[in-house]
Ligand binder design. Sequence first.
Ligand SMILES: Nc1ncnc2c1ncn2[C@@H]1O[C@H](COP(=O)(O)OP(=O)(O)OP(=O)(O)O)[C@@H](O)[C@H]1O
Length: 259
Amino acid sequence: MKKRSVIINKDNAVISIRGLCKSFDTVDVLMGMDLDLFKGENVVVLGRSGSGKSVLIKLIAGLLKPDKGTVKVTGEEVSRLNVKELEHLRLKIGFLYQGSALYDSMTVKENLEFPLVRNKRHLTRKEIDEEINQVLENVGLLQSINQMPAALSGGQKKRIGIARTLILQPEIMLYDEPTAGLDPVTCGDIITLINDVQQKYNTSSVIITHDLTCAKYTGDRVALIADGKFRKEGTFEEVFTTSDPEAKSFYDYNFIIDK
Ligand SMILES: Nc1ncnc2c1ncn2[C@@H]1O[C@H](COP(=O)(O)OP(=O)(O)OP(=O)(O)O)[C@@H](O)[C@H]1O
C-alpha cells in the first residue's frame, strides 16, 4: 500500500471552513474550527469517538446548521442556501455513510439506477446501463450487478456504496469511517479504492476515521480533532512525529498495518 502523489491545487479550496461552532444542549462539540480542502486533495479528519467528526461532515453536507462560523462548498455558503440550492449543491457531494445505506429490497443495479434516473432524467436506457457498468467496473464489482445487498460482504457493500455516490460524478467525496468494521485485508482494499477514486474521478475528499492505517495511506493531509478544535494538521508524519500529548496518546493506542 502506498499513497501515490496527486496534483493538488492550493489556489482552489473546494471546501473552506472558518470559525465553525456547533453545540447540542449543554455539549459544545465544535468550538471554532478552520479547515480548507483543496482541489484534488484527500484530507483525513482524525479524532476520538465523540470528538465531533460526524457532526463536522454533516455541517459540510448541510444536514446540520452551524451555531457560528461558515462552511463554504465550491464558494457557496451552505447555511445560506435554500432547499433547491442545497439540493443542487449536494449533487456535487458524494456522501459515503458508515452503513453504506443501500436499499435492501433493490439489486445492486437498481441501487445505482435510482440516483441516476432521479437526477439525470435525460439519459437513455443504453446510457444508464453504460454508466452503471462503468462505475461497477471502476469499483471492481461488475460481477455483482444482479445481486441483492444481503448477499454482499461488508467490503463489497462499501464498494457499492462508493459506486452509488460516484455515479453522479461528484466533485467532493465525504467518507464517514470507510474502514470501520472491516477485516485488515478488506480495509486495505478500500484504502486502495479511495485512492483510485481520487485519481480516476479527480475528486477532493474528506475522510473521517479513527483508523490510523486508513489515515496514513489515504491522507495527503491529516487534521486531528481534540476538544472541539483542530489540534494538529499536516502530513501524517508531521502530525504524529510530535510530542503533543493528544497526538501521542491517539497514536499509542492505535495499530498501524504497514505493507
Ligand atoms: N443530533 C444530535 N443531538 C445531540 N447530540 C448530538 C447530535 N449529533 C451528535 N451529537 C453529540 O455530538 C458529539 C459528537 O458526535 P459525533 O457523532 O460527531 O462524534 P464522532 O467523532 O463522529 O464519533 P464516532 O467516532 O464514535 O462516530 C457526541 O457527544 C454526540 O452525542
